[in-house]
Each structure stands twice: as structure tokens, then as C-alpha cells.
Design a protein around this ligand. Structure first.
Ligand SMILES: O=P(O)(O)OC[C@H]1O[C@H](O[C@H]2O[C@H](CO)[C@@H](O)[C@H](O)[C@H]2O)[C@H](O)[C@@H](O)[C@@H]1O
Length: 554
């Protein structure tokens, strides 16, 4: 900024500004400054200018595009073609729309001194950067600083004190600085109609709007200087390195999915002996189990629980010391059908929208949620991604919609999922829903529903019933389960639980998690649950069932 301001202060710059003002008196100036490169979209810009003049004859004779073309940095065939195309298009526009004293497109192809370039920046009413691919591109920032000018420049060109500055920017959405320019008109450079329209808007909006946009831009550019960037970079670095030395790093995955994760040294494998001994010592236990990826492998074709799982759960539920819940994103009909043999099992379905304490009780549903009108917006968007992603499909639940891509090509499916997530978040921004990523799914579900609230509700009910838990175990593999891990640990440290129970938050797979423990896979989980189940059975077996009959005592 300082460098630009010092050039603005040079008398040679003021002289050039006056010269340009005189040359273009009564005209409106649009400026482009680009290297001659196939990616800069110069021809597309010229086509948009041509369309603008054709659609708005009132601008003919008045609107001028000055395109400064810095010499090409390479000499390849593609660059030569871009130069040829640029010249041909400029010539065609000038042949069709020039008049006495008016040339609509001025190409400046030779390299010009910095002060001249800055004089053009300072004079142009609008600046356009139309690159189809680029790095940061600093042209918009330079333009803003030059439009702000300096007191010395104002004096030299007779600008009154307190004169309100204006600047209008049309920028390609594909350049790095685009997201930082909230007052710019953003365009897709390939869309010539849209670029022509943006240029029209830029030159015709009232001055008050041009001033507001300029103020916004100048505030940003002047506050985000080199020192700001250096400071924020250092802060990011410090944050990323915080606790770095106390963490353990692991390389996981193969090929393109290889990544390094850093885990806290407190994160450790759950020892079955350790949890079984805590289980034995305790009398009021709360057990929360996620379904997919936790007690049933993510990859299994048959999604119903096997007989081993059912028998373990049945045994755990029949221990009067236990309150056992399946907490799942799945719908209530399949869960209640699958777990019909486990009469005492609690089920929280659709992430807790529906809760049932045991088979004999009715389903409670969350009173918070407004209707599901949002499905009319979300479904067509999901449909679009289903049509373009082979192997994907939509699952409609009572309160949620899920887009599945487990059977699609893994890389393509993941890319599509990220795009869909973004797309849904923008179209549903005003709806009472959240859009979440899960294992091979993108799910839209009501706001205010989470597995964390389920565990909180169950623990609170146990406390209110006079059975504050002294053992809490929660196992899950997915992002939605992290809410449960967080919730049980905050319940333990807050007033929800009067005494701190033995806590076992456990994720499935070694990965960054809010859980303190991990188990490798579903087989490990089943083995551990089997250990607990055996502990319950053994106790039952050894509880003396002796009936003393006093009648028999003589
Ligand atoms: O909370 P969970 O018990 O882990 O349930 C989460 C989702 O489970 C189901 O999807 C999962 O199984 C699908 C196969 O049936 C698989 O294609 C997908 O990748 C898994 O995420 C269920 O269909 C979803 O509605 C649940 O939200």
C-alpha cells in the first residue's frame, strides 16, 4: 500500500492522470490489467464488452475498455493464439462500434511505466478481472488503493477536500481474492451474458452505492496489510502447534487416503479387564450404544443384528442394574423390529427424535421440531446428485433425508458428497435443519436433535428417578456419536450428575475423537460387551437363591 501511495504522490503520476482525464473526457472508463496468458480470460472480457455495446446502444460512444496487457511470460503456441484472438476481437469491436473521437477498446500491449499504470487505476470508474484460473491476483487491491488516492494527488489534480471516493469491481469467482471482496460483483468468466450484465451494473449504479462499495473495500484492504497477514499466520501456526509435543502422531491409510493424525497421549485402547472390573463394582449403569459401525460392521450386507449381538443385549438389559439404549440415526421401524427380542432395551431412533424406554412403552417424540416442509427443497437437490452419481440413493426417514454413496466410486462419491453438503447448506440456510456428513452419507435432519441430547435426557431421568448412574458407557464410531461423548463428559462435570460416575466414552477405530478410549472395530466392541454380559450373568448365577423356610425348622 505504501509503495502505491508513494507512486500516487509522484508528480509524473498526477500529470498522467490529468492526461487520461482529458483524453477520455465525457467517457466512462473500464480498466483491465492482465498478463498475456491463456488463463486471464481477456478474450472473454472483450466478448462481454461487445455484447454490452450491442445490447445497450446508449453506451456506444461513451464506454471505453482500456486493457493493459503485460507482455506474455511464455512463448508457447497457446499464448500466441490468445494474443491473436485478443487482437482480432478488439479489432472487430472497434470496427463495429467506433465513431468520431471514440474507440471502444484500447489495447495497451507494450510495457508501460508503473506510474502510468497507477494513473489508469486512479482514473477508471470500474476495474474487471476476468481470469478463468488464477492465484490471488492483486489487481483489485491495487485498484482500490489507487481509487482512494492521496491528499498530495488530490491537490495535484484539483480534487476537493472530503470528496467521496468510488470504485466498482467486477471479479471472476475463480480468483483467490474474490471471497475477500464483498462489495465486488462476482462473475463466472465463461458466462458472457453475466459478465456483460455485471459491467452494465457496475457503470450504471448510483454514486452512493459506488461509494459504499468502495468504503467497504478500502476498509478491508487498509486493515489487512502485510503485518496483519504475518500476525494471523503466526497465530494459526501457534494454534496448530499448541500441545504438539505432548501429542502422538500416527500415519494411517494408504495411497491417496494416507494421512497423519495427532492424538492425545491420554487416548488409549479400552482394556476389557479394566471396564469389566468397574462394571462389577457399580450398581446403576447407563449404557449407550450406537448401531452402524459399532455393534454391526459398516460393511455388512445384512444390516440386521446377528444372534450373538441380540443375545448379549438381551442379557445386559435383563440385569436390573442396567439402563441400556441403542442410540442410532436409523428409523424406529427397523430398529424396533430388529430388537424385538430385547424387551427391556431402550431405543433412540433418528438421532433421538423418537425415544422408547422399552418394548412395552410408547414412543416419545421431540416436541421441538417444526414440520418437514424443507424436504421439498432438499429432495430435488439430492435427486440431482443421485442422477449424476452412479450407485448413490436417497433414504427418506420420518424426520430426515439421507443421501447414501457407499456403493458409488469411493473418490467420486466423496467429492460429490462434499459438493452436495455445500449445496444443501446454501439452499436450506433459512430452514430449521442441519446438514451433516456421516459414514458415506450426507444427512439433513431437524435442528435441535442430537445424540448428545439423548444421553443427557436419559441421565437426567435416571437422576430424577432416584437412580443417579455410577457407571456411564458410551460407544460409537461416527461424527454424530461425538455429541454423546461430549455430552456425557459435560454431564459428569456439571450439576446433572450428583456424583461422578465411572466414565467410558469409547470410539471405534483409532482416530481423533472426544472419547478417551478406542476399540479397534466392531469385533472388539462385541468382545467387550460379551465381557460385561458375562459379568452380569456370573453375578446372577452366584446370587444365593436360597429360600429359608421356617416351617421346616423343628
Ligand atoms: O447412528 P447410526 O446407528 O450409526 O446410523 C447412522 C446411519 O445409519 C444408516 O446408514 C449406514 O448404513 C448404510 C447401509 O444400510 C450405509 O450405506 C451408510 O454408509 C451408513 O452410514 C442409515 O441408513 C442412516 O439413516 C443413519 O443415519
Amino acid at each position: 500500500m505504501g509503495r502505491l501511495e508513494s507512486v500516487l504522490n509522484q508528480s509524473s503520476t498526477a500529470i498522467k492522470v490529468k492526461e487520461i482525464q482529458e483524453q477520455f473526457i465525457g467517457k466512462r472508463l473500464i480498466l483491465g490489467v492482465d498478463d498475456m496468458d491463456v488463463f486471464k480470460g481477456i478474450s472473454l472480457k472483450l466478448l462481454a464488452m461487445e455484447q454490452l455495446l450491442q445490447q445497450h446502444p446508449e453506451l456506444q460512444g461513451e464506454l471505453v475498455l482500456v486493457q493493459i496487457v503485460n507482455p506474455a511470460r511464455s512463448t508457447g503456441k497457446d499464448v500466441q493464439e490468445a494474443i491473436k484472438e485478443t487482437k482480432l476481437t478488439a479489432r472487430r469491436i472497434n470496427e463495429n462500434y467506433s465513431s468520431a473521437g471514440y474507440t471502444p477498446v484500447i489495447l495497451i500491449e507494450n510495457s508501460i511505466p508503473l506510474h502510468e499504470k497507477i494513473a489508469y487505476y486512479a482514473t477508471a470508474q470500474c476495474c474487471i478481472v476476468n481470469a478463468v484460473r488464477d492465484g490471488m491476483n492483486l489487481v483489485p487491491y491495487k485498484y482500490i488503493v489507487c481509487r482512494q488516492g492521496t491528499p498530495k494527488m488530490d491537490k495535484a489534480i484539483n480534487v476537493a477536500e472530503g470528496y467521496s471516493r468510488t470504485s466498482m469491481l467486477v471479479v471472476s469467482e475463480f480468483i483467490g481474492c474474490s471471497p475477500s471482496l464483498s462489495g465486488a460483483i462476482r462473475v463466472n468468466p465463461w458466462d458472457i451474458d453475466a459478465v456483460a450484465e455485471a459491467l452494465h451494473l457496475a457503470v450504471t449504479v448510483p454514486d452512493t452505492e459506488k461509494q459504499l462499495r468502495h468504503e467497504k473495500h478500502y476498509r478491508y484492504v487498509s486493515s489487512h496489510d502485510v503485518a496483519y497477514w504475518a500476525r494471523s499466520f503466526m497465530q494459526d501456526l501457534e494454534r496448530a502447534c499448541k500441545d504438539h509435543y505432548s501429542k502422538r502422531c500416527w500415519g494411517i491409510g494408504f495411497g491417496l487416503s494416507f494421512r497423519v493424525i495427532s492424538l492425545s497421549p491420554n487416548f488409549r485402547k479400552l482394556s476389557i479387564d479394566h471396564i469389566v472390573s468397574a462394571y462389577r463394582r457399580t450398581n446403576r449403569r447407563a449404557i449407550f450404544l450406537d448401531y452402524d459401525g459399532t455393534i454391526v460392521p459398516q460393511t455388512s450386507i445384512n444390516r440386521a443384528p446377528g444372534s450373538e449381538v441380540l443375545s448379549i443385549l438381551k442379557n445386559l438389559c435383563s440385569d436390573p442394574k442396567n439402563t441400556v439404549f441403542i442410540v442410532s440415526g436409523r428409523g424406529r421401524s427397523s430398529l424396533s423390529e430388529w430388537f424385538a427380542p430385547c424387551e427391556n432395551l431402550g431405543i433412540a431412533a433418528e438421532h433421538g427424535y423418537f425415544i422408547r424406554w422399552n418394548k412395552n412403552q410408547d414412543w416419545e417424540s421431540c416436541p421441538l421440531v417444526a414440520g418437514v416442509d424443507w424436504k421439498r427443497i432438499a429432495e430435488p437437490v439430492m435427486q440431482l446428485y443421485t442422477e449424476t452419481t452412479d450407485g448413490s440413493y436417497i433414504e427418506a426417514k420420518e424426520t430426515a433425508l439421507v443421501w447414501h454413496h457407499q456403493d458409488a466410486d469411493p473418490d467420486f462419491g466423496s467429492c460429490q458428497a462434499l459438493e452436495l453438503l455445500d449445496h444443501l447448506e446454501s439452499v436450506l440456510a433459512n430452514e430449521p435443519v442441519v446438514v451433516k456428513r456421516g459414514q458415506h452419507i450426507v444427512e439433513v435432519k431437524p435442528q435441535g436433535i442430537s445424540k448428545g441430547l439423548v444421553s443427557e435426557k436419559i441421565l437426567t431421568t435416571m437422576v430424577n428417578d432416584g437412580k443417579p448412574p455410577d457407571f456411564v458407557m458410551c460407544i460409537g464410531d461416527d461424527r454424530s456419536d461425538e455429541d454423546m461423548f461430549e455430552s456425557i463428559s459435560s454431564s459428569a462435570s456439571s450439576a446433572v450428575l450428583p456424583v461422578t460416575p465411572e466414565m467410558f466414552a469409547c470410539t471405534v477405530g483409532q482416530k481423533p475423537s472426544k472419547a478417551k478410549y478406542y476399540l479397534e472395530d466392531t469385533s472388539d466392541v462385541i468382545r467387550m460387551l460379551q465381557g460385561l454380559s458375562t459379568a452380569s450373568s456370573v453375578k446372577h448365577r452366584f446370587v444365593p437363591q436360597i429360600q429359608v423356610s421356617f416351617d421346616s425348622v423343628a
